[in-house]
Write a protein that binds this ligand. Structure first.
Ligand SMILES: [Zn+2]
Length: 134
């Protein structure tokens, strides 16, 4: 999304002119100065997700491995984006979550057995985190 704004001012007195005004209504100067400002916002979002399912498990337990890595929205970083890497590996009882901002400052880091992660009741905390990141 790019925004273009044009500002024309009188070069003599600084009066802001309309595009149609060839002569400054304030000082009658014909010297105009035109400022063109182009503001470009580039929003690059890149997120990879890999899920591994084992159909032998009941439907709510089919998802055995969940890997997510990429650029996600965040309301706690300076630019509103954060880098997230999260691995949930049920078969190997492994949980990893790492969130950092684009300057490399670690916002959140967690690496522990998945069972411990859930037993600590921190799953709720993680849900809160992912809501922040959504
Ligand atoms: Zn003027």
């Amino acid at each position: 999304m790019s925004e273009v704004s044009i500002k024309i001012i009188c070069d003599n007195c600084g009066y802001e002119l309309q595009e149609s005004e060839k002569i400054c209504p304030n000082c009658h100067s014909e010297q105009r100065r035109v400022f063109i400002q182009v503001c470009e916002k580039i929003h690059i979002s890149c997120c990879q997700r890999l899920k591994a399912k084992n159909p032998q498990y009941p439907s709510d337990k089919k998802l055995r491995y969940d890997f997510i890595q990429g650029d996600v929205p965040s309301n706690i970083t300076y630019n509103g984006r954060a880098k997230l890497k999260r691995i949930i590996d049920k078969d190997n009882d492994y949980y990893y979550e790492h969130v950092e901002d684009h300057k490399g400052n670690v916002i959140h880091h967690c690496e522990e057995p998945l069972s411990k992660h859930y037993n600590h009741g921190s799953a709720k905390k993680i849900n809160d985190n992912s809501r922040k990141l959504d």
